[in-house]
Design a protein around this ligand. Sequence first.
Ligand SMILES: [Fe+2]
Length: 312
Amino acid sequence: MQTKVKGVNKTDFIVCMTDGSKPIQASLAQTPEIVCSLLERGGIIYFPQTPFEISASDREFLLAQKQKEADYHKNIAYRPKEDIVTGFAAKTQVDAQRLHSIMADYHNQTTNFLRSFLAPYANAWEPDFATFRPIEEKGRKMSLRKRNDLIHVDSFATRPIYGDRILRTFTNINPTQNRVWKTSDTFEHLLETYKNVMAAPAPFKSKNDRQSILTRLYSMLGLKAVGTSPYDKYMLDFHNFLKENGFFQSNCRKDTWEFPPNSSWMVFTDMVSHSVLSGQYALEQTYIINQDDLVMPEKAPINLIKKAYNLK
Ligand SMILES: [Fe+2]
């Protein structure tokens, strides 16, 4: 199945359902609660024309940029809390400042837009990194567990999120080339299929005591949190299991989505299993959504896992 969208207004968007059901056409008149529920069910909210303004000169500048060639810098990243850009091979200080300003602007625009578009999430969300992805995904050389072209659900490998959700907003700034994704079944469906071959997780901590004394101490000292949590470990194991499972990769149900130049899309990447087959030059902003603010908490991976293994 492929997205085919013509003659839509700037305020229109399509909800591409990844469970095999038909795409839904919608507009900004839709209530935020309905949009959130479609996202939480595994929909991809797709804007054929991006709601974000990126000037022609900023676009040109981004298309000329290079990323540091290193496996540990998967993308160029803007970290809003620290207000810095990492993973960037700057030719000059002026280039470094311009990239910083463009990335910070994308972060601000997406945050302002989603604050009303997805209002239920905005009170307690945590805006995470904005990234710029200048490398062609087709044929990209990465270690197996970091490959983007293998279908997976996202997890946070080193910064625990304890059951909160990973929402990502992408914009294709390539002037001519589509960004091509394949998706398969939702995490909800895959968990039912594979729960008996995965090791059951250790009991989850309640939200109030989810941070260990050590993590709290690190936080008080202004240092980064370390380690993981049973929830985060399970999601990382599931991510690795899918990527390492050749039978699943070859035989799972797949939909193909082509996101053309100047389009944007947003998706819970911990629910929608996905891979990137090709495409170069995309901007992305991640938000960690507080699990208490979900409109369909029963669809949250943490609650699906608790139900699947009879955990409290
Ligand atoms: Fe991913």
